[in-house]
Design a protein around this ligand. Structure first.
Ligand code: DGL
Length: 284
């Protein structure tokens, strides 16, 4: 029998901003022995409305930054980046990569009883079709209806998690979704920012609809992968948890405190420079 290697290097976690903290929090709860390095690209958030090429360019720069920091596994804790850039990230990476779309799809497929799943996500994730494809791959009998919610990420990034503007926005999007398919009994939060709005989302759909996200199933996927590769860290005693942002540290920390409370590690500022936009070719 081969002995498991002890690999103390951190797990790299990436999101466009604060949303991936909802996944990081679950990962730390499940794997307290592992060190983590979280990078939020707040300087360029939101990714949701951006063209796919731009999402891939920004994601690549952040992934290169995390790989240069010697992470042992990459967790793309951003649905938009997973939906639009996962193959490119896997090409770039010499360490295993886990995204959040498949784990989220499995959580929704396991939860539904009516067979009707609603997905709320960014415009980019909805346009990619990644969730309907992943949910129907899990169970082809399921019906999936999507609703893009472009106003929600800017509200979360601004720290408005429960004010009247956030409530109106949530109610408007969910009203549209439920009008399209009233048989929905499972609402999948297809953006890692949205669990921060969970009380508003749950209040609008009521107790008859299960609200699920990808945090729990993604942390399970990471645990399974570490075990399969035999690269768990040895114990929690020396685990370090570092959080960095390309944006404003104070704004980031204000929202991050809502997720981690007093356990929030100090937040550092870093600069990540995406490759320049390719020059457009003048066909003239
Ligand atoms: N939290 C991200 C997601 O899961 C990105 C949101 C955004 O930057 O628009 O899609």
């Amino acid at each position: 029998m081969t002995a498991a290697r002890i690999d103390p290097r951190p797990i790299g976690v990436f999101d466009s901003g604060v949303g991936g903290l909802t996944v990081l929090s679950e990962l730390r709860r499940r794997l307290p022995g592992e060190s983590t390095l979280y990078l939020g690209d707040n300087a360029r958030t939101p990714y949701g409305p951006r063209p796919g090429d731009e999402v891939r360019r920004f994601t690549a720069a952040c992934v290169e930054w995390l790989l240069a920091a010697d992470v042992k596994l990459l967790l793309i804790a951003c649905n938009t980046a997973t939906a639009q850039a996962l193959p490119e990230v896997r090409d770039l990476s010499d360490v295993p990569v886990v995204g959040v779309v498949r784990p989220g799809a499995l959580a929704a497929a396991a939860a539904t009883r009516s067979g009707h799943v609603g997905v709320v996500a960014t415009a980019g994730t909805v346009a990619s079709g990644a969730y309907p494809a992943a949910i129907m791959k899990a169970d082809p009998r399921l019906a999936v209806t999507q609703q893009a919610c472009p106003d929600l990420v800017p509200l979360v990034e601004a720290g408005d998690l429960d004010g009247p503007r956030a409530r109106d926005a949530v109610d408007g999007y969910l009203d549209r979704l439920l009008a399209t398919d009233p048989a929905i009994d499972t609402l999948l939060l297809g953006c890692t920012h949205y669990p921060l709005l969970r009380p508003l989302l749950e209040a609008r759909v009521g107790p008859g609809v299960a609200v699920v996200d990808s945090a729990f199933t993604t942390s399970l996927a990471v645990e399974d992968l570490l075990d399969a590769l035999g690269v768990r860290a040895s114990s929690g005693d020396s685990a370090t948890n570092r959080i960095v942002t390309t944006g404003d540290v104070d704004a980031f920390s204000t929202v991050a405190e809502r997720v981690f409370g007093a356990e929030l590690p100090s937040v550092e500022s870093v600069s990540v420079e995406p490759a320049p936009e390719p020059a457009s070719v003048d066909a003239g």
